[in-house]
Design a protein around this ligand. Sequence first.
Ligand code: CIR
Length: 258
Amino acid sequence: MLALFRDVSPSIVHCELSHLAREPIDLKRATAQHLRYVSTLHALGCDIEYLPAEPDLPDAVFVEDTAVVLDELAIITRPGAESRRAETATTAAFLAAHRPLHHIEAPGTLDGGDVLRVGRTLFVGQTPRSNEAGIRQLIAVAGSAGYDVRPLPVTGCLHLKSAVTALTMDLFLLNPAWVDPAWFAPPNAPSRKFFIPVDPAEPFAANALPIGPTIVHAEEFPRTRERIESHGLMVEAIPAGELAKAEGGVTCCSILIV
Ligand code: CIR
């Protein structure tokens, strides 16, 4: 597995914010936490690649939003925030060597943070960042490659993956205040336990990144971590508080290419 990153931009203090009040971000601390994230993914078996730094693009560290990489192709997004559109050029240049590329075209918008892949299913969040035209284009491209694309509403948070991620193929971690668990119920066994709700004191804790059998999770959410571990899953908890002030979580800072 290849993991793609980008350094934290010094301009991150000017990042987009939708649901949080602006707080000072300590660049040194954000960079150190990001390095720890990169080395954690490396230790878990990922090969590491970096996109070129984009010091003038404040949110460029959140590479996840710039592409959706599937087995057969990659979709270069058109981020919903105008300030982030220029981030995709370097992602496209890198991914061109790995996958045939498709592009979300205007007036469509799509953020990678709104696309949750589980096997051959893509859940896609209807948010201010991912509009109907963008989702329609995703359905056309991914649908023709055989993916089942399921749009669903998300409220109260930035992206679908702020509200829900998949710990395994059939166990979701989610904040039921932001997304309806029913979207993820297994069709054949709806009564089986298929999700873990975040601890109510930790609304931002639904963003987790499984790498093989290990769940990478922010150490700022110990109560939710306990819930995950009580299901027999292994958690690697890393400090992620500084980039959380820019509304980024552990999925946002990498693109995984399997
Ligand atoms: C933004 O608002 O676009 C950034 N400040 C945070 C993006 C986080 N990305 C993600 O959740 N995939």
